[in-house]
Write a protein that binds this ligand. Structure first.
Ligand SMILES: [Fe+2]
Ligand SMILES: [Fe+2]
Length: 199
């Protein structure tokens, strides 16, 4: 089959909308696009898992690399009997490091927000200053910065996350579960339609 014939065959088996601008699109374009909705979430879980894998290097001087830290945090939450979405949140709480290392809580919060509850989103979005309670005073920052949020409905939950799971998870000797053990859970949650908030 010639190149031209192959192109024609592909075009026939994979129809595409034909507009050049949205303003000139027609209803039938959306019928065509709808044919592909089924595969909309294919690849999302792999992308997120690869974000996590990317945290294995560089180690940046931490006692354990950031992938191991993530696994350790999630393993502790899992072994404590936390619910699935919380374990997922624990696993991905530092995922923002993959895309915005200088402001990972904000980036991580944005990545997780479509897939988790408001309170788990808030936990990820703000965990940085709560974690800071354990070390900011060593680097010239105010360890009590989290007090800004005292009284917020998610204060205690976020403080507890850092106390029990996040700040404890730099232990080289901890037997963390491998990423593969969490994969079915990750795929379950990331195959859900993302939540949409109009705000
Ligand atoms: Fe963090
Ligand atoms: Fe962390």
């Amino acid at each position: 089959m010639s190149e031209a014939e192959t192109a024609v065959e592909t075009a026939a088996s994979e129809p595409r909308a034909t507009y050049r601008t949205i303003a000139e699109s027609r209803p039938e374009d959306y019928v065509v696009q709808n044919l592909y909705q089924k595969g909309l979430h294919d690849g999302v879980a792999d992308l997120y898992l690869n974000f996590l894998r990317s945290l294995e290097s560089p180690h940046l001087g931490f006692p354990v690399d950031r992938l191991e830290h993530s696994l350790q945090t999630a393993t502790r939450a899992f072994r404590d009997g936390c619910d699935e979405e919380y374990v997922f949140t624990a696993l991905f709480h530092d995922v923002g490091e993959a895309v915005a290392p200088a402001n990972h809580p904000e980036a991580g919060g944005a990545l997780l927000r479509p897939y988790v509850s408001d309170e788990n989103y808030w936990l990820v979005r703000n965990h940085g200053v709560f974690q800071g309670y354990y070390y900011y005073h060593f680097i010239g920052r105010d360890r009590h910065l989290r007090e800004h949020w005292r009284g917020h409905p998610n204060f205690e939950k976020t403080a507890l996350f850092c106390e029990k799971y996040d700040q404890t998870s730099f232990d080289r000797d901890y037997d963390s579960m491998p990423l593969e053990a969490f994969e079915p859970m990750v795929r379950r949650i990331l195959s859900q339609p993302p939540r949409f908030r109009f705000e």
